[in-house]
Write a protein that binds this ligand. Structure first.
Ligand SMILES: NC(=O)c1ccc[n+]([C@@H]2O[C@H](COP(=O)([O-])OP(=O)(O)OC[C@H]3O[C@@H](n4cnc5c(N)ncnc54)[C@H](O)[C@@H]3O)[C@@H](O)[C@H]2O)c1
Length: 412
């Protein structure tokens, strides 16, 4: 019998107030996306994906079974290589498209989404050929289908019927570059992809990863407005990586359990516009002034830390894929009816005088249900000053995006 057990958890935000329900105990390889309370957030076990194995040494052994409890119509049990189908309750079945799926972020993100029990199909789209990536990914024995779409002619079909579109298409930073240096290339890429989203899946949640997020989200909003399909509740700039980094660095510094730490990060997603609100860290923890300064700067410059370490070969990809997978999973849980989904993200907002601002939001079936204002109350002097200091830069980035979109004709 297998003796090893491992758990992968994506995301750490404790969001659940409902009563915990007990998970069955077993020696399983458990995949858990999102909050540690993910399973507790559901009245039943809605989405527990577990792969059990009976081989002596590895979960890829001769006798293995995949049991996707309460999530899928069928499960496949392999005994002596004979597949046996057994009935399971009905699955949630959402379709997710990744635009830029051949890239450094796109590939690991596709893998993580393929592992989600909430997903029935992963659509991979890129201007580079994604056939091989799709063939490779499709051999993973999780239930979702993998479909490949290469080049603009196949983009409409990549988008039709999807619930969430994730956009990591574009060029990444090289050492010495700011995120804004990517504007000239990525602005046009995001504009053309959003035109296709507007034409083919205007109801989908849109997750924008391509930098500079502070400008690409306003570009997307303008394009969607011109197409007459803008729903501000469904357009998100993905800033989850800032939260993931803040949680990691604070846990390390304060010797806390990683899974317990939650630091809201507000503002935008570049340099000083990234503002971790360390005073709002949960669990409550105190920092010296120099710790606040050091942690804030590390979180703001964490992307550059990776760009420099990769020495010209790209920017954060694996941690970004992890963060993006967490945000996709949160969105799918919200669409699926979980009433307790909160994430920090960059959205249209009235929290400040700026039209777009990253903050904690409550996500529901139809997108943003509420922008949470409480995190911005009772800030420390350091945080209040940093908030005021970030506004001019964020405002300029938003205006740059809007001006770009308004100069460009939108494809009919
Ligand atoms: N939001 C964040 O926190 C965050 C973090 C890291 C990186 N990023 C950004 O994500 C983007 C992608 O980074 P990466 O490391 O995956 O880059 P990459 O170069 O490895 O991959 C980008 C992919 O996009 C594809 N692509 C280019 N133009 C396209 C188009 N018009 N349609 C479809 N696909 C297209 C490329 O072929 C490539 O496969 C960059 O803009 C980077 O700055 C954002």
């Amino acid at each position: 019998m297998a003796t090893s057990a491992a758990t992968l958890s994506v995301g750490t935000t404790p969001t659940c107030n409902s009563k915990p329900c007990m998970l069955p105990k077993s020696n399983l390889f458990n995949l858990r996306f999102n909050s540690p309370n993910y399973f507790q957030c559901f009245s039943g076990l809605k989405a527990a994906a577990s792969v059990s194995c009976e081989s002596e040494s590895s979960f890829l052994g001769r006798e293995s079974s995949i049991a996707l409890r309460d999530s899928f119509t069928t499960c496949v049990t392999r005994k002596n290589h004979e597949p046996v189908l057994c009935q399971q309750p009905q699955a949630s079945s959402f379709k997710v498209a990744i635009l830029g799926a051949a890239g450094g972020i796109g590939q690991p993100l596709a893998l993580l989404i393929k592992m989600s029990p909430l997903v029935s199909a992963v659509h991979l789209y890129d201007v580079a050929d994604v056939k091989g990536i799709a063939a490779d990914l499709s051999h993973c024995n999780t239930p979702s289908q993998v479909l490949d779409f290469t080049g603009p002619a196949e983009l409409p079909n990549a988008l039709k019927g999807v619930d969430v579109v994730v956009i990591p298409a574009g060029v990444p930073r090289k050492p010495g570059m700011t995120r804004d240096d990517l504007f000239n290339v990525n602005a046009g890429i995001v504009k053309s992809l959003i035109e296709a989203v507007a034409d083919n899946c205007p109801e989908a949640f849109i997750h924008i990863i391509s930098n500079p997020v502070n400008s690409t989200v306003p570009i997307a909003a303008e394009v969607l407005k011109k197409k007459g399909v803008y729903d501000p509740k469904k357009l998100f700039g993905v800033t989850t990586l800032d939260v993931v980094r803040a949680n990691t660095f604070v846990a390390q510094k304060k010797n806390l359990r990683l899974i317990d730490v939650d630091v809201p990060v507000v503002g935008g997603h570049a340099g000083i516009t990234i503002l971790p609100l360390l005073s709002k860290t949960k669990p409550s923890v105190s920092f010296t002034d120099s710790e606040v300064q050091e942690l804030t700067m590390r979180i703001q410059n964490a992307g550059t830390e990776v760009v420099e370490a990769k020495a010209g070969t790209g920017s954060a990809t694996l941690s970004m894929a992890y963060a993006a997978a967490r945000f996709v999973e949160s969105s799918l849980r919200a669409i699926d009816g979980d009433a307790d989904v909160y994430e920090c993200c960059y959205v249209q907002s009235e929290l400040t005088e700026l039209p777009f601002f990253a903050s904690r939001v409550k996500i529901g079936r139809k997108g943003v249900e509420a922008v949470i204002s409480s995190d911005l109350r009772g800030l420390t002097e350091y945080e209040s000053e940093a908030l005021e200091a970030l506004k001019p830069e964020l405002k300029a980035s938003i205006e740059k995006g809007v001006a770009f979109a308004n100069k460009q004709p939108v494809a009919a």
